[in-house]
Design a protein around this ligand. Structure first.
Ligand SMILES: Cc1cc2nc3c(=O)[nH]c(=O)nc-3n(C[C@H](O)[C@H](O)[C@H](O)COP(=O)(O)O)c2cc1C
Length: 234
């Protein structure tokens, strides 16, 4: 499976298909989902505004494409005929089951997996995630020149306050590389790009196999409960 994030054209998809790959790509609006389906993708990742990391927006100003997962997923599901993968704010079985109820065929989780020892992120980053809530995150151009959701930090605040225009992606990201490296090696959370979604309050340190097992077991249990008693007693 080849996954594209900032849009993909029909020619590239054709080459991936010729090599035997399936192609998935991110949409942040209904219009982007239509463009991707017309280009020939095999599945669409519907990335809600809650998502950690870079916005996949490729056809509009990102500020007009900050649509929550709850609103974005069913709209895309209703309009396209390829499977839809929901992304943004899914941290546990509750989010997973909710996305399936919205019509998604699968979910894509980023922030939740940063708590797995298998993820090669720094302990400074994991500590920052453990302390953060949704309101500590922001979508900013400051780190890379492209909009991305990260934990608000001194670096973000100082770069956003500058009068100078930012460099285009990925030059702006390259500019901060040494600073991020030095800060991380000193255990300083004020300068690195700590990508995080709005679900960060549910972050926990857990091995990937355990996370997957609990997602499956809890989702099955939760789906069963909802079917048995959709109107829960208070
Ligand atoms: C640390 C981090 C790195 C990411 N890198 C990529 C990437 O390289 N390519 C991509 O398509 N999406 C990337 N994403 C975005 C995810 O695919 C997904 O849209 C997002 O994580 C979903 O929201 P969540 O973080 O709330 O689970 C990244 C997300 C995070 C948190």
């Amino acid at each position: 499976v080849v996954s594209f994030h900032f849009g993909v054209d029909a020619d590239t998809i054709g080459k991936a298909h010729a090599a035997g790959a399936k192609v998935i790509s991110t949409a942040t609006t209904l219009a982007e989902a239509r463009l991707l389906e017309d280009s020939g993708v095999d599945a669409i990742i519907a990335q809600g505004a809650e998502a950690g990391g870079h916005r996949g927006t490729f056809s509009a100003d990102y500020r007009g494409a900050m649509i929550g997962t709850l609103a974005l997923v069913p709209r895309i599901v209703d309009v396209v005929s390829v499977p839809v993968i929901a992304a943004g704010g899914v941290m546990d079985a509750r989010g997973l089951v909710a996305c399936l109820a919205l019509g998604a065929s699968a979910v894509q989780m980023g922030t939740a997996f940063l708590g797995c020892p298998e993820a090669t992120v720094s302990e400074v980053w994991r500590d920052a995630l453990e302390d953060a809530e949704a309101e500590d995150t922001c979508v900013t151009l400051a780190h890379s020149g492209k909009p991305a959701r990260a934990i608000r930090s001194r670096y973000v605040e100082e770069v956003e306050a500058l009068d100078e225009p930012l460099l285009p992606f990925p030059a702006q990201f390259a500019l901060g590389r040494e600073l991020r490296k030095a800060a991380t090696s000193r255990g300083d959370a004020r300068f690195p790009a700590h990508w995080a979604g709005q679900g960060v309050g549910l972050f926990r340190r857990v091995p990937a196999a355990e996370l997957m097992a609990s997602l499956i077991a809890e989702a099955q249990q939760l789906a069963g409960q909802l079917v048995k008693s959709p109107h829960r007693e208070p």
